[in-house]
Design a protein around this ligand. Structure first.
Ligand code: FES
Ligand SMILES: [Fe+2]
Length: 362
């Protein structure tokens, strides 16, 4: 192979330049599916929760017909926020001058508006946002013309349902917040290869999965990780192989650009949600889930083990990389792309970086 055929890693400016970050924020983040919340937060009509995408303040609410809706969290009168945090509402009443909206977003009434000549309340409606429910997880997209999630991430819905057949009764067991001093793409790339696993993640590599069986393959705009669990006598937590056909497997589905469903052996669902804070900081939220009524002790222990080992180990890696990307001495290295794939290959990074280039360069 000649030098020019090598695939080079991305230029450092993609991770260090605030201008690149701003173009992602005004472009990529606004036209991709972003995690908003979980259906357990909005089970009953009138339940709502707030969330944000690319700095936009939004909320999701279940209307009286049981349909999920999402809106920009802004009153159409003089722009006050409508709701805070999470809660329950029969109608949406703005705290500023009490304009009142139906859960469908339609303006219902406002003090003294009938006195205003030409005022037509039927013309005033909250600005809605595309929302989809995906195995009980709620995603939103600020691009009203975006293709549905099944087109972005083909096959994932079916595969995840097979690994987590109890998804409709999931409840959150634990939330773990992980601030990292690096660009969000450094953290996402680190998640998307296991070339670093054996050296850096001893607990994960010897007590959860069998690294020699690890592979990552693209599936639309999803990167699918697959591997087998470690030998049962070496597993760091108990699993019942007979509980489900996939109980002995580990799988994850990274949904470009910043969310991942991950199923640990034993069908333990957990999630990664990257929330970029600036060009050089990101907060990762790890969610851990369990079927309602199930025993939560194993999940809590596993979440703690994961926080103390894999997560902690990764923080040091990604923060060191960010410092390195700011170094005048760094020349972008070639990726280790093995035509046969496998754990010691960065073919997944090659794919991921092509999406990153596309997003930043248009
Ligand atoms: S800004 Fe909402 S009622 Fe005035
Ligand atoms: Fe890692």
């Amino acid at each position: 192979m000649t030098k020019s055929q090598l695939t080079r890693s991305l230029d450092p400016r993609y991770y260090t330049d605030p201008v690149v970050y701003e173009s992602e924020r005004s472009g990529l983040f606004r036209r991709t599916w972003q995690f908003a919340g979980h259906v357990s937060q909005v089970r009953a009509p009138g339940d709502y929760f707030t969330f944000s995408i690319a700095g936009e303040n939004l909320f999701c609410i279940r209307d009286r017909e049981g349909e999920l809706r999402a809106y920009y969290n802004v009153c159409q009168h003089r722009a006050h926020e409508l709701v805070k945090g999470e809660g329950h509402a029969k109608l949406l009443v703005c705290p500023y001058h009490a304009w009142t909206y139906e859960l469908t977003g339609q303006l219902r009434s406002g003090p003294n508006v009938a006195k205003v000549k030409g005022f037509d309340r039927s013309e005033i409606c909250l600005t809605s946002v595309r929302v989809e429910e995906f195995c009980g997880f709620i995603f939103a997209n600020l691009d009203e013309h975006a293709a549905p999630m099944d087109e972005w991430y083909p096959g994932v819905h079916e595969e995840l349902s097979a690994f987590v057949p109890h998804w409709s009764s999931l409840q959150t067991v634990d939330w773990v917040e992980i601030p990292e001093s690096c660009n969000w793409k450094v953290s996402v790339e680190n998640y998307s290869e296991c070339y670093h696993c054996s050296l850096n993640h001893p607990t994960f590599s010897t007590g959860v999965v069998k690294p020699e069986t690890y592979d990552i393959q693209p599936q639309g705009y999803c990167l699918r990780h697959t591997t087998e669990c470690q030998n049962l006598d070496a597993m760091s937590y108990p699993i019942d192989l007979n509980a489900n056909p996939h109980a002995g497997s580990y799988s994850s589905w990274f949904l470009w650009p910043m969310f991942s469903f991950q199923v640990y052996p034993g069908n333990v669902l957990n999630t990664y949600h990257w929330r970029p804070m600036s060009h050089d900081s990101v907060t990762v939220w790890r969610g851990w889930y369990q079927a309602e009524g199930g025993c939560t002790d194993i999940i809590r222990d596993l979440a703690l083990q994961d926080r103390r080992t894999t997560v902690e180990e990764d923080i040091h890696l990604v923060e060191s990389v960010q410092r390195g990307l700011n170094s005048a001495g760094y020349r972008t290295g070639p990726l280790v792309v093995d035509p046969d794939g496998g754990v010691n290959s960065e073919h997944s990074i090659k794919v991921l970086q092509s999406w990153m280039r596309e997003a930043a360069d248009g």
